[in-house]
Design a binder for this molecule. Sequence first.
Ligand SMILES: *[C@@H]1O[C@H](CO)[C@@H](O)[C@H](O)[C@H]1NC(C)=O
Ligand SMILES: *[C@@H]1O[C@H](CO)[C@@H](O)[C@H](O)[C@H]1NC(C)=O
Ligand SMILES: *[C@@H]1O[C@H](CO)[C@@H](O)[C@H](O)[C@H]1NC(C)=O
Ligand SMILES: *[C@@H]1O[C@H](CO)[C@@H](O)[C@H](O)[C@H]1NC(C)=O
Ligand SMILES: *[C@@H]1O[C@H](CO)[C@@H](O)[C@H](O)[C@H]1NC(C)=O
Ligand SMILES: *[C@@H]1O[C@H](CO)[C@@H](O)[C@H](O)[C@H]1NC(C)=O
Ligand SMILES: *[C@@H]1O[C@H](CO)[C@@H](O)[C@H](O)[C@H]1NC(C)=O
Ligand SMILES: *[C@@H]1O[C@H](CO)[C@@H](O)[C@H](O)[C@H]1NC(C)=O
Length: 492
Amino acid sequence: MQLLQIFSYISLLALPVFAQSSTQPTVKTLNGTYVGTFLPTFNQDFFGGIPYAQPSRRFVPAQSLNERFSEVRQALNYSVGPTGVKPGQGLPVLVWIHGGAYVMGSSDNIRYNGSFNVQRSSPPSIIVLQPMASLSGTNPEKAGLLNLGLKDQRLALHWINENIAAFGGDPSKVTIQGESAGGSSVFQHMLAFGGRNDHLFRSVISESGYWAPLMASNRAATYNATWNRLLSITNCSNIACLQALPLSTFNASVARVGSGAFNPVVDANSDEGTMFMTRGINFDSDLVNVILARNSTDYAFTSAADVQQILQLYPDDPAQGVPIGTGDGILSTGFQDKRSAAFFGDAVMVGPRRAFAQANAKGAATFSYRFNQPPYHFPMDTGATHFAEVAYVFNDRNNNTALPSNQPLGPRVIDAELALLMSSMWISFTHDQTPNNNLVAGAPVWPSYGPSGEQHIVFQGFGSGSFVENDNFREAGIAFINQKTAEVAKAL
Ligand SMILES: *[C@@H]1O[C@H](CO)[C@@H](O)[C@H](O)[C@H]1NC(C)=O
Ligand SMILES: *[C@@H]1O[C@H](CO)[C@@H](O)[C@H](O)[C@H]1NC(C)=O
Ligand SMILES: *[C@@H]1O[C@H](CO)[C@@H](O)[C@H](O)[C@H]1NC(C)=O
Ligand SMILES: *[C@@H]1O[C@H](CO)[C@@H](O)[C@H](O)[C@H]1NC(C)=O
Ligand SMILES: *[C@@H]1O[C@H](CO)[C@@H](O)[C@H](O)[C@H]1NC(C)=O
Ligand SMILES: *[C@@H]1O[C@H](CO)[C@@H](O)[C@H](O)[C@H]1NC(C)=O
Ligand SMILES: *[C@@H]1O[C@H](CO)[C@@H](O)[C@H](O)[C@H]1NC(C)=O
Ligand SMILES: *[C@@H]1O[C@H](CO)[C@@H](O)[C@H](O)[C@H]1NC(C)=O
């Protein structure tokens, strides 16, 4: 995992057509020429670690590159030999923004291996970005240091816009894709600057993105508290001190501040709630207490009556709980934990996904899904949880030899089939802005969400396979959560 690295890098995969059996592909960017590496197994060129910003210090806003060099530079750590990259092929581009709660994760994680999708497609270039932590709170705001991570991503998108044609990409055909904090980043790039996209992307794919931090009605106090906690854990009193801390110390301190603490200021799987729930719920009163404890950071309920309403809408009935389809059995961690998972999953991920689909479908073609396949060797009590779809979307055929939570695909036939379907639909969307040119025999037609019906696709590999359903599960509960969010948002 990489946290707040000082340099900002980008990695690109180019196409077999460029490789021409060469072992040293080169590319001429605006600033100068880089040499990458040739991947013979895939017949692909790979450029890893190209800087897209000037070297800078921690918590200093990234600056665009401004140099010209005449020597051929190595795309860092990936140099082997000369080559033939052809600019001007006009290929669609898919930009991946990884997740990790805005504080962890890395582009070189093997789970984000783009080779399989580039091979499958008449392929898009795949690019990997690094979202970075941002500061929040009144003091960082005064210093102009809010949302640095998102600004850093935006700078990388500008670099892509200026340089992707040299790799054979078409800067007017960029799709940005992300998961979790990456999926949220995708939403935030759509909404940033009043919805301006600066011609940086034409379509987006958000997997398990959320916007919970926007909901806090007492944001200033919440963000001040995070800032103060960071200072107290690091024994710092100002930004200069934070900048001077060794990376390992800073990293360890951030981990103690807590997940979600570095969210920006401002589609979901079936069982997202198993990641976002609070466990150990045995009585109604336990549930009320945790709902109140997370009020105003994860969602906003204005009164005790709202919370009672939630208890009605999310009854103590394990068969209606999450993981879904697990019947009357309970989780070993608490009698009412499936109820807790249903509510928290809806509040943090599933409800925002539905609200976004409903709003976006009014103005643009929108495709929504519910991922319902527990990955290989995943336990019953997490089910088709957060992040579970990533191996399928990347069609990552590096075999699952590590811990299940480090999943690439499992060895089952259903894993291969579902991965082929999903990755082909993602590639089709990147190429043609519809998932239905996927060339997979027998693929269900994925309807667009919208005026003629709120339908979405359910991805699963068992039973009759993936299918289309009306997006109306837990309708009343989700509608109530979304209505409360809208009321609070209007009042901000
Ligand atoms: C270097 O590259 C950046 C990013 O593409 C570009 O904005 C800048 O103009 C380039 N500078 C020079 C001197 O070529
Ligand atoms: C390149 O490799 C060296 C040595 O393994 C490592 O220290 C460095 O972080 C790597 N750089 C990048 C950009 O991956
Ligand atoms: C992806 O994984 C395959 C198989 O392990 C490997 O050959 C290939 O180089 C990887 N691609 C990248 C971009 O790392
Ligand atoms: C946040 O902190 C600043 C200064 O540290 C203070 O002026 C402001 O009142 C605080 N805001 C809230 C809502 O606590
Ligand atoms: C902050 O000070 C406390 C008490 O002296 C110490 O235990 C802790 O390790 C310090 N934290 C850092 C990040 O230096
Ligand atoms: C940062 O901390 C995480 C655990 O919170 C750890 O996995 C990672 O390796 C650390 N990274 C660095 C650069 O120290
Ligand atoms: C939730 O938090 C908001 C903002 O702090 C507060 O106004 C509201 O009363 C809280 N709701 C409940 C039910 O306590
Ligand atoms: C994974 O295992 C299958 C079946 O044994 C094999 O065909 C495939 O090449 C393996 N994948 C990698 C990346 O080694």
